[in-house]
Design a protein around this ligand. Structure first.
Ligand SMILES: [Fe+2]
Length: 179
C-alpha cells in the first residue's frame, strides 16, 4: 500500500520531495526533484515574482501525491497546497495543464516545444479548448502566470543540469506559507 501523503505544511512539502522526489516521469526523463528545481531556477532567471517562483518549484507535487501517470495532478497538487499557500501560488499550478491546452489551441506550432509524452497526454486532459473554454481560461486573473509557468515547465527537463538543492528554496516558501 502507498504510504499516506504528508500533511500540507511547509515541512510537509519538504517531506514529500524527500520521500517521493526520486520518482521519474518517463516522458520527462528527469526525477520530480530535478524537474522542480530546474523549473524554479528557470523562473528565477526570468525574474518571476516570488509566488511564481514557488509555483514553478511546486507545480507537479500532484505527481508525487497521486503517483506518476495520475490524470488530475494539477488539481490534486493545487488542492493540497491551498491549505498552506495563497492562490497566487496554487492557481497557476491548477491551471498549468489548461495552459497547455490553451497554447495548443491558440498556436498549434507550440506543439514543437513539447515532448512527445506531453502531446500524447493531451488526449486525457481534455484535448483542444472550445471557444467557451478559451474565454473562461482568459477570465482567470492567474491565466498569464499559468502560461508563463507552462512554458517554464516545458523547458525544465534537462538530464545534464546541476545537482539539486531544495533547501535553498526554504526561506522563500516560508515567506509565502501560512502553515
Ligand atoms: Fe512539470
Amino acid at each position: 500500500m502507498e504510504p499516506t501523503p504528508p500533511q500540507t505544511s511547509l515541512q510537509g512539502v519538504f517531506d514529500l520531495f524527500e520521500s517521493r522526489g526520486h520518482l521519474v516521469d518517463p516522458g520527462d526523463g528527469v526525477c520530480q526533484l530535478e524537474h522542480a528545481l530546474q523549473s524554479a531556477a528557470l523562473a528565477r532567471e526570468e525574474c518571476c515574482p516570488d509566488a511564481l517562483l514557488a509555483a514553478s518549484l511546486l507545480h507537479d507535487v500532484g505527481h508525487m501525491l497521486e503517483g506518476i501517470g495520475g490524470e488530475r495532478h494539477e488539481a490534486v497538487g493545487a488542492a493540497w497546497l491551498s491549505r498552506c499557500f495563497p492562490e497566487e501560488v496554487t492557481e497557476p499550478i491548477r491551471l498549468h495543464t489548461d495552459a497547455k491546452r490553451y497554447l495548443l489551441t491558440k498556436a498549434p506550432a507550440y506543439a514543437d516545444a513539447l515532448g512527445e509524452a506531453s502531446v500524447e497526454s493531451l488526449k486525457f486532459q481534455g484535448g483542444l479548448m472550445t471557444a467557451e473554454e478559451l474565454e473562461r481560461f482568459e477570465q482567470s486573473p492567474h491565466h498569464e502566470a499559468a502560461i508563463r509557468l507552462r512554458k517554464i515547465d516545458d523547458r525544465a527537463k534537462d538530464p545534464a543540469a546541476g545537482p539539486p538543492r531544495i533547501e535553498s528554496w526554504r526561506m522563500l516558501l516560508a515567506r509565502l506559507a501560512s502553515a
